[in-house]
Design a protein around this ligand. Structure first.
Ligand SMILES: NC(=O)c1ccc[n+]([C@@H]2O[C@H](COP(=O)([O-])OP(=O)(O)OC[C@H]3O[C@@H](n4cnc5c(N)ncnc54)[C@H](OP(=O)(O)O)[C@@H]3O)[C@@H](O)[C@H]2O)c1
Length: 233
């Protein structure tokens, strides 16, 4: 099986590539096959001879829709498209989530055999929430279920090796934590001291997060907790 990983130079994609030795990496400037999902440059060549595409690339914004459209346009009829999305893209009204949902819809309507996996927040994202702060540690008064990219990559690699399955069950990290607990774990791991300050925001997006629409407690998987990730496990 020949696999192309878009976003194979990214946080998740690197783990997917590690688990799928011999896979091709699509990149604009890193190590791999040159291609740009926004301009379409290089896509036909990158897709030649490929059986499965694991689509991990993201523009971190609304342009994910255009990027996914270009990928679909360049793909051949029988190429299996495996797409990574986010738990709650249909329920949390964040602009990025809306783009991810629109990209899911494009994949579903592409006519290509496809598999879509939604995952919860990666450990790296939670760490990023805290790492830029200094004397006070502000945290959203919400819960998270962070997951290790190795766990998500493992599932994607397994899905890439099988038949197209449409939308598959969501994938969440091992435990649902309050952000206050995660902030405490971050302080313990980094040896820092800071007062933890909860932040609540008005609006539908925060309310949707507060309702837990980004969580998948019934699909808690993997063993690498946030504290393990911070410890470099
Ligand atoms: N972060 C989370 O917590 C989380 C949770 C669930 C799902 N996800 C999803 O997981 C996926 C991977 O996220 P990530 O955090 O690993 O992303 P990331 O580290 O930001 O990596 C982005 C990747 O996209 C590629 N890329 C960006 N623009 C491109 C373009 N125009 N053409 C080709 N490649 C392009 C980059 O490749 P080059 O720079 O080498 O070109 C890079 O490899 C995303 O779809 C994201 O929505 C993320």
């Amino acid at each position: 099986m020949s696999v192309l990983v878009t976003g194979g130079t990214g946080t998740l994609g690197r783990d997917v590539v590690r688990l799928l030795p011999g896979s091709r990496v699509l990149t604009r400037s890193g190590d791999g096959v040159r291609g740009d999902l926004l301009t379409g440059a290089g896509l036909t060549e990158a897709l030649t001879g490929v059986d499965t595409v694991v689509h991990c690339a993201t523009t971190l914004g609304r342009r994910d829709v255009d990027a996914t459209a270009k990928l679909i346009e360049a793909a051949k009829d029988n190429q299996h498209l495996v797409y990574i999305s986010i738990v709650g893209v249909d329920r949390v009204p964040l602009p990025y989530y809306r783009a991810k949902l629109a990209a899911e819809r494009l994949v579903e309507g592409s006519g290509l055999p496809y598999t879509i996996l939604r995952a919860t927040q990666f450990h790296q994202l939670i760490a990023k929430l805290f790492s830029a702060q200094r004397f006070l540690l502000f945290y959203p008064a919400l819960r998270f279920q962070p997951v290790d990219t190795g766990t998500v990559a493992g599932r994607l690699a397994e899905l890439a090796g099988g038949q197209a399955r449409g939308r598959v069950p969501d994938l969440g990290g091992p435990t649902v934590w309050s952000a206050r607990e995660l902030a405490g774990q971050y302080l313990a791991a980094t040896g820092r001291r800071a007062a933890r300050v909860p932040v609540s925001l008005p609006g539908k997006t925060f309310a949707a997060y507060r309702s837990g629409h980004h969580l998948a407690p019934e699909h808690a998987e993997g063993t690498v907790e946030f504290a393990d990730f911070l410890a470099g496990a």
